[in-house]
Design a binder for this molecule. Sequence first.
Ligand code: AKB
Length: 315
Amino acid sequence: MKKIMVTGALGQIGSELVAKLRKEYGSDNILATDIRHISSSVTENGPFDILDVTDGEKMHQLAKNFQADTMIHMAALLSATAEAKPLLAWNLNMGGLVNALEASRELGMQFFTPSSIGAFGPSTPKKNTPQDTLQRPTTMYGVNKVSGELLCDYYFQKFGVDTRGVRFPGLISNETLPGGGTTDYAVDIYYKALEDGAYTSYIAKGTYMDMMYMPDALQAIVDLMEADPTKLIHRNAFNVTAMSFEPEQIAASIRKEIPSFKMNYEVDPVRQAIADSWPDNIDATAAKEEWGFTYKYDLDAMTKDMLLTLKNKKT
Ligand code: AKB
């Protein structure tokens, strides 16, 4: 049975991932860690410890005491926050990552961390963005993500650490809200559709970005971690995506459930510039071929499930 330590466990992905891992591998086998304690299923339903990921010694000690054989490193600042606080982003995103890789090297743990579509930049081919292509991002988040991809490759090649990872698109979930991302509009819109019947988008009409529903993202992590290593040519930073849409298309999808839904625009120049530097849609062929990546939810299936789940939570 696996013994998995998760950092950033109270974040958007972490909180749902911990629940899924506890279901798959048993609650006692998943150690959730985060920089803060918020009373929730993550902190109450299994082992939990406070961890600032820039504290490498504590990270090593927690993993060792727990006898973890796997590290899933999720703690990071997202793109818009990283742009507002670039130095903090460098220190947290890169410092946390190198500590997690070091602990994995020293304790022989398998390792996962997500990269992002943010690892691409304006000179990357925008349509059907290949797995292996030009990566010259113009955001601090992107710089962190490309550096992180290279660092994970390095730890595999140099030290034999079993590093694995995907480039996540925007993730949409109905549990924990994202914070400080560029793709967050595609989550907020569902909450506002139910509360106000209207949404004011900070992303302009016609701006395409890749997205994925959280259950598909979590399954991708489990599938990649369990994949046969001999089949993995890339290991880290696999392109994965389930859909690509622009704001008018998600609004149209919501109108199939809430016909009176209204969409307005007040574009935020900072987040728009980040979105404009990212691909319209990426090619996930390598992930499909090397470890059988697949997904269940397209835009309309996700919209139906999001609205129904959020509505049920309110009542
Ligand atoms: C963000 O918008 O920063 C993230 C991402 C695509 O990595 N959701």
